[in-house]
Design a protein around this ligand. Structure first.
Ligand code: 5GP
Ligand code: ZN
Length: 124
């Protein structure tokens, strides 16, 4: 599966957040990427990084997305520290991307969870 939809999906929660139709607590924004706090955090720091274009999941990612995903992954450590994760190695953070039903994905717009902060966490 390599086909990705770049147009907003009218039923997609994260497309609505990108469009500002659903409010979010923004962490970072540029022309391709939005980061916002998870509404239901598992950890003291828990935000999501999403591409502004509607890519349903990691299963839809192809070579055309290498630069975008590279930028998202490279942003994560910087934003994690800015949001209060403690420095590596005592601190750190967890990056998770659930994919498909068996992967535990609930929102079908590609997103990277970034979780961190002092233990214990609620989950994860
Ligand atoms: P998934 O299970 O798909 O990997 O994660 C979806 C995440 O999106 C969940 O952690 C959930 O709390 C978060 N989420 C769902 N709806 C909203 C929303 O409307 N706003 C925000 N900020 N987060 C949401
Ligand atoms: Zn979407």
């Amino acid at each position: 599966m390599s086909q990705a939809t770049s147009h907003p999906d009218p039923d997609c929660i994260f497309c609505k957040i990108v469009a500002g139709k659903i409010p979010s607590r923004k962490v970072y924004e540029d022309d391709e990427i939005l980061a916002f706090h998870d509404v239901n955090p598992w950890a003291p720091v828990h935000f999501l990084l999403v591409p502004k274009q509607h890519i349903p999941s990691m299963a839809h990612v192809g070579p055309e997305h290498e630069a975008l995903l590279g930028r998202m992954m490279a942003l994560a450590p910087r934003l994690a520290l800015e949001q209060g994760c403690n420095p590596y190695p005592q601190g750190g953070f967890r990056i998770v991307t659930n994919t498909g039903a068996e992967g535990g994905q609930e929102v079908h717009h590609l997103h990277i969870h970034v979780m961190g902060g002092p233990r214990p966490w609620l989950r994860g």
